[in-house]
Design a protein around this ligand. Structure first.
Ligand code: SAH
Ligand code: DHB
Ligand code: MG
Length: 222
């Protein structure tokens, strides 16, 4: 697909100009590959976007739903002020083990906590934690639960908390109510839940790049 080659070339150009050489994240991706993790992390440009958004928001407590090997987690941890914290949720024990090693390798062992288990359950157990009023939330786990994660994230937020959902366009498949991609109905349910939602203001922005045609949905808690 010629467009894909161009999108990737432009991403390379962006990274070349705007992102410092990043041996640490190179090591993260290498460790993920060696452990056989799926290559579905955010791109470098997208990871740095998350870092910039969280930093711009002044986030001290960050929640991530969907750790994989910790690539996006490390970008988010890079935004933290001293004494800030990322809490990240992962279903797969093996992925969490790989992520923990990557996070320690990146120097964030002290500021990141991985919680293993189904995120819907982990989130409902989270109210009593001191950091459980999050300033920034990145939602990137199973798309089937996106509408549930929306409500759980709002419950763990304050007015002004920013919520960022990944993969909300899926090469246009979100237009297809009969999509064969099992992740699409969950994402469509998120859009439906956000129509006239009283708790947040939301938009979505389409993206192209090395991770194909997709998009982010951005919401801020009222
Ligand atoms: N944020 C990562 C990519 C996450 S991929 C990055 O950009 O680097 C999605 C992750 O969500 C996978 O690791 C998958 O195991 C995890 N996941 C899937 N279902 C889940 C669930 N029910 N609870 C928690 N994590 C889940
Ligand atoms: C998939 C998940 C993601 O979070 C992503 O960014 C890309 C693909 C997937 O499950 O296929
Ligand atoms: Mg994703």
């Amino acid at each position: 697909m010629p467009e894909q080659d161009q999108w990737t070339a432009v991403d390379d150009y962006i990274v070349d100009h705007l992102i410092d050489d990043d041996p640490v994240q190179g090591q993260t991706l290498k460790a993920n590959r060696e452990a056989g993790l799926p290559e579905i992390d955010v791109s470098a440009a997208q990871g740095k976007m998350l870092q910039i958004m969280a930093k711009g928001a002044g986030a001290r407590h960050i929640l991530e739903i969907g750790t994989l090997g910790g690539y996006s987690t490390i970008w988010l941890a890079r935004s933290l002020p001293a004494n800030g914290k990322v809490v990240t949720l992962e279903l797969e024990e093996e992925y969490a083990r790989v992520a923990q090693a990557n996070i320690e390798n990146a120097g964030f062992g002290h500021s990141v906590e991985i919680i293993i288990g189904a995120a819907v359950q982990s989130l409902s157990d989270m109210d009593d934690r001191p950091e459980a009023q999050f300033d920034f939330v990145f939602i990137d786990a199973d798309k089937q639960n996106y509408a549930t994660y929306l409500e759980q994230s709002i419950r763990l937020s304050r007015p002004g908390t920013m919520l960022v959902f990944d993969n909300v366009v899926r090469e246009g498949e979100i237009l297809n109510p009969d999509s064969k991609d099992p992740k699409v109905p969950g994402t469509r349910a998120l859009y439906d839940a956000l129509r006239n939602h009283p708790g947040v203001d939301a938009t979505a922005v389409q993206t192209v790049g090395s991770k194909k045609w997709d998009g982010f949905l951005l919401a801020v808690v009222r």
